[in-house]
Design a protein around this ligand. Sequence first.
Ligand SMILES: Cc1cc2nc3c(=O)[nH]c(=O)nc-3n(C[C@H](O)[C@H](O)[C@H](O)COP(=O)(O)O)c2cc1C
Length: 358
Amino acid sequence: MEATARTVAERAIEAAIWAPSVYNTQPWKFGVEDDRRIALRADPDRRIVVADPSGREMMISCGAALYTLRLAIRHLGHEPDVLLLPDPDRPYLLATVVIGAGTGEDAATDPDQGRLYEEIFRRRTHRGAFRGDPVASSVLETLEREAESGGARFLVAADEHVQGALAGLTQAADHLERATIEYRQEVAGWAPRPGSTRREGLLDDAYRSEDVSTEPHFPARDFARGQGWGVTESESESESEGGGGDGEGGGGREPAGDLSTGLVALLVTSDDTARAWLRAGEALQRVLLRAGVDAGLSAAFHTQALEIPELRAFIGERFCSGAHPQMLMRLGVPAGEQMASVRRAAEDVTRREPTSAW
Ligand SMILES: Cc1cc2nc3c(=O)[nH]c(=O)nc-3n(C[C@H](O)[C@H](O)[C@H](O)COP(=O)(O)O)c2cc1C
């Protein structure tokens, strides 16, 4: 059934807020006029200034929300007309989206579109090991195509030494970041102590109390800052349906038998502009939703090395043929429990406003 325009704008925003965002900052705001036009704005007050001074990761996060808007509008039976960065004098106005005339029953009932739409709400960032199953090459080709349609490239790090180098660089970056008080304070601002009722940031059910070791090992960000908060391995194993882990109780840094690092991949762009970051975010969400729907894959992100300019430049030169790395991730079928996540309510990030205010 074709939804009314009002429902479309509201429902599309309700979907878009489930996009991934760095530190779960949800750095977006939406303006809606006459239920047919949506403005997507970055909210610079939510930028993580220490780890992301240029706002690159903020833009990637907003790009992921933008693709989600497009997908939801299509699923609800309308064609979105999107203009990226429409006004150079207003760099935080990232896109205007006009909800076109209804495309009718077909689009709304397209089963593939429907599965992608459901995946928006189901998808969660994974933090930990994956099961050992390899990712089929046909799936990889599909993900490469998705990334290209989004304006980026999906590069698989197939060589074990490249994987090892990327893991080592992530480890180095993690140490460099944690060595500064400013970084630790910023993480603390977005990862509150257990018991928090905030609808943003990393709550203690979003990460593990101990990093699960795989070979090569990509360290998880220490959102608990050494205080042992997070989901424990035994909680995770008892709640999972016997997937992975093999009952080894392999928490901490002990490598666990059939657990795997998963597929290591980079998302890269040929430019390194605000537009390229936005497009990278769109490509990211395309890849994530497609990976979930077609192959039941989840992603773990490790962006520490991309936040250290020298390491990011090195990774670009050495492993991306000079392209600009925007995201470093691992993909696979999660071993253990899915992590939780929260969002602010759609009405808290939406303003009814005339187009002239955009
Ligand atoms: C640009 C970007 C960078 C991210 N970097 C990391 C990271 O280094 N480590 C991590 O655990 N999650 C990372 N994430 C995932 C976010 O923490 C996650 O999307 C957010 O907490 C919301 O949770 P959800 O994806 O499960 O909905 C990143 C996400 C984005 C978009």
